[in-house]
Design a protein around this ligand. Structure first.
Ligand SMILES: *Cc1c(COP(=O)(O)O)cnc(C)c1O
Length: 347
């Protein structure tokens, strides 16, 4: 193998959680992967070590200027032969480098990245839950560690991968969610970091999220940052609208995250013969379609929940009840297809 990483096994393995009762992203396995970057040396010393807190200098760049990025993917046990399956990890490696480029973080060899994910998942393979709708959620991330208060790209970094045996992202699984269309705050502007997967995009969205939750909504549907006219994406996922016989999702023009699940959805829908458009969709068009009875279905796509149907969408004072608050046939088909592929049930 081109890349091999030393493994230090934990001396104190934790007891495994009940796979029938797993929260999302709250429990962590016995090991983690860590690799360092230093200017002049490049990325070095990738290793699998016992899961533990890390010590950082309080002046580390990440604490002051937020130079950090993250990824998310999942591992499953194949239902037929028990082998470990990762879902499209090369796509996460590629996206990491696009994010890194935007945030002036040094790129990582993509083959090495995938091997690092495999190495830590292998060390904790017995943590992969096998109950329906559970998985081992994998969180790679990079933080800037140089201790300096001057603003410039850090000269040192940690690349870390942690693993979390997880149940469904939404406690009620495929039950439709309620979304609030945000018309005050914005998440991303043209030329900003909307297409990079970084903590900063989330920090600036928290306020709107809290207000929406106080009003009884699960998540936000963001509008574009310039005119607050076009629909963009939903919290941690991409948005799809079924309008008449067209399925519409926002185009990749720098302000939304290029979701891997979004890409899988577009391919699956086209293969099934649907008309899919990546185009600007004004929120007013969605409202009109609702009034005409053409707004058939809405769902969000992302690694965490895979497909999350939307049962209610509120824009200003207009409350749109979608598909009688039930999961629609297209959302169900996509969930079955993508989840089925992930666990090895369908190809
Ligand atoms: C991660 C993420 C998504 C979904 O991407 P996937 O690759 O499908 O998991 C969508 N929007 C945002 C803002 C994200 O951070």
């Amino acid at each position: 193998m081109k890349y091999e990483f030393p493994v230090t096994k934990t001396k104190n393995p934790k007891s495994k959680p009940d796979p029938n009762n797993l929260p999302f992203g709250k429990l962590f396995t016995d090991h983690m992967f860590i690799m360092d970057y230093d200017e002049g040396k490049g990325w070095h010393d990738g290793r699998v070590v016992p899961y533990a807190p890390i010590a950082l200098d309080p002046a580390a760049v990440v604490f002051h200027y937020g130079q950090e990025m993250f990824e998310g993917l999942k591992a499953y046990k194949n239902v037929n032969d028990g082998s470990v399956q990762l879902f499209r990890p090369d796509m996460n490696a590629k996206r990491t480098n696009r994010t890194n480029n935007r945030l002036c973080i040094p790129e990582i060899d993509e083959e090495m990245y995938v091997e690092a994910v495999k190495a830590v998942v292998r060390a904790d393979a017995d943590w992969i839950p096998e109950v329906k709708d559970t998985s081992l959620y994998i969180r790679p991330f990079i933080i800037a560690t140089e201790p300096t208060l001057g603003i410039h790209a850090s000269s040192s970094y940690h690349f870390i991968i942690i693993l979390s045996p997880s149940g469904p992202y939404y406690p009620n699984g495929l039950e439709p969610t309620k979304l609030y269309v945000e018309d005050t705050y914005t998440r991303a502007a043209m030329g900003g970091t909307g297409e990079a997967k970084c903590g900063g995009n989330y920090a600036c969205g928290l306020k709107a999220q809290v207000i929406a939750q106080e009003k009884g909504y699960d998540q936000i549907l963001w509008l574009d940052g310039r005119e607050q006219k076009y629909v963009e994406e939903v919290g941690t996922s991409n948005a799809f609208f079924v309008i008449g016989d067209e399925i519409v999702t926002a185009p990749l023009r720098g302000t939304i995250l290029p979701g891997i699940t979004r890409d899988s959805c577009i391919h699956a829908l086209k293969a099934a013969g649907y008309k899919v458009s990546e185009r600007l969709l004004p929120i007013d068009e969605v409202c009109e379609a609702y009034d005409n009875g053409d707004f058939k279905e809405m769902f969000a796509s992302g690694t965490a929940a895979i497909i999350s149907p939307v049962g209610e969408l509120r824009y200003k004072d207009k409350v749109m009840n979608i598909n009688d608050g039930e999961i629609g046939p297209i959302a169900q088909m996509l969930y079955d297809k993508i989840y089925g592929t992930q666990i090895g049930m369908v190809d």
